[in-house]
Design a protein around this ligand. Structure first.
Ligand code: MLT
Length: 428
């Protein structure tokens, strides 16, 4: 294949380099287009535009492939742990036992948060959505650790910020929920591993003993692995563009949490359960709602179906669906909402309307169902997504820093008023 692309504008030819990635993906490098040809490109939502070169995550939307640092999501979900996957994403290699033990112990050293965090938490009404609380608490680390604001911080300092981020996210997440239900917060129990430690902080309360169910902890760990990174999605691109201004890791990730909150992104898993609950309340007639989804005047949209990148199936949805079945069997849960979800999926996978539009279950479709089975409150579903995505955000922010990438500054096509003279108020 030619290594250059020819662009002809007003009869003048411009040769643009074509670069190829390790998986055979090809990109036209337009880094000098404005300077050489005097034109920019326009691509709403950047769906056709690569913002960076990255060695972290590879996905193939046509084949339904997702790999973290070359390892398949299927392998990692079946055989790894969230902490090991976090290390892999951030440092590029699976850790040795010694490296993993140090990583885990360093994280345990920092799971406590400053007591003044409670003052910030107390400022939020119980009506505050946990995602808003989480974004604020996470960004508040810039105040408790002002040295993190140094854009030229040493690698040791960056390591400490990374460890603090991973260590304190579960504490912030659990505390943001305790604020909603008006319960006292729990301190992290470092005798437990990552997911179990979080579950105990989330669910324990002074009125009863709480023992972590290993089935629930294992399922949560798998869910966190499945959400850990997803190349240049909306929230990761947000982390990168904020980080490109040399903002701290805490403020960059806080921006990513806010981007993930949107119902078109991480908020979709919460919307799926709301949709399934509404269908259940309406009598569970899935055919009725499938027809509504097909009727563009109905205003009803099937949440959790289709994906901007995957064209045939989302590999994570397949894994989560099986995990949901396993967990509900092990826990003896019979959730009518799961039956409704399975009926919707069956129809969507055989109905030409959905097949033609590539509308099949994505990662959000089943994640809400399994979170519900694990007893995670609906308001916390997107917080779980943020907890899972954290190592991916960290890895992408770190890669941007290490590659010394420039500040992000997209251009535009101006379509406003051309030059016109100011008119005094009395003459308008
Ligand atoms: C994600 O995992 O971030 C979502 O699937 C959205 C995306 O990749 O665009």
């Amino acid at each position: 294949m030619s290594k250059t692309a020819e662009l002809i504008i007003d009869g003048k030819s411009y040769m643009l380099p074509i670069i190829e990635g390790t998986e055979g993906e090809k990109a036209i490098d337009i880094g000098n287009l404005l300077e050489t040809a005097g034109v920019t490109t326009l691509d709403f939502g950047y769906k056709n535009t690569g913002a960076t070169k990255s060695a972290i995550t590879f996905l193939d939307g046509d084949k339904g492939i997702l790999r973290y640092r070359g390892y398949s999501i299927e392998d990692l979900a079946a055989k790894s742990t969230f902490l090991e996957v976090s290390y892999l994403l951030i440092y590029g290699e699976l850790p040795t036992q010694e490296q993993l033990t140090k990583f885990s112990n360093d994280i345990k050293t920092h799971t406590l948060v400053h007591e003044d965090i409670k003052k910030i938490l107390d400022g939020f009404p119980s009506s505050a959505h946990p995602m808003g609380v989480l974004a604020s608490l996470f960004c508040s680390q810039t105040a408790f650790y002002p040295e993190s604001l140094d854009p030229n911080r040493s690698s040791e300092g960056v390591y400490l910020s990374i460890i603090r981020s991973l260590a304190k996210m579960p504490t912030f997440a659990a505390w943001s929920y305790k604020n909603v239900i008006g319960h006292p917060v729990n301190y992290p129990d470092n005798s437990l591993e990552y997911s179990s430690r979080f579950l105990k902080m989330l669910f324990a309360h002074p009125a009863a003993e709480y023992d972590v169910d290993p089935v629930i902890a294992d399922a949560l760990d798998k869910l966190l692995i499945l959400h850990a990174d997803h190349e240049q999605n909306c929230s990761t691109s947000t982390v990168r563009i904020v980080g490109s201004s040399k903002a701290s890791i805490y403020s960059s990730i806080s921006a990513g949490i806010n981007a993930l909150w949107g119902p078109l992104h991480g908020g979709a898993n919460q919307e799926v359960i709301v949709m399934l609950e509404n269908i259940k309340k309406d009598g569970g007639d899935t055919d009725k709602w499938i027809n509504k989804a097909k009727d563009k005047n109905s205003g009803f949209r099937l949440m959790g179906f289709g994906h901007r990148v995957y064209k045939n199936f989302d590999p994570r949805a397949k894994i989560i669906k099986k995990a949901a079945d396993d967990v509900m069997t092990k826990l003896g849960i019979n959730d009518p909402v799961l039956e409704i979800a399975q009926k919707l999926e069956e129809v969507a996978l055989r109905d030409p309307y959905f097949i033609e539009r590539k509308l099949y279950p994505n990662v959000d479709f089943y994640s809400g169902i399994i979170y519900r089975a694990l007893g995670i409150p609906v308001d916390m579903f997107t917080v779980m997504f943020a907890m899972g995505r954290l190592p991916g955000w960290i890895a992408q922010w770190k890669e941007l820093r290490e590659n010394k990438e420039p500040i992000g500054r997209p251009r535009q096509l101006y379509i406003g008023q051309t030059l016109r003279p100011y008119v005094e108020l009395k003459k308008r």
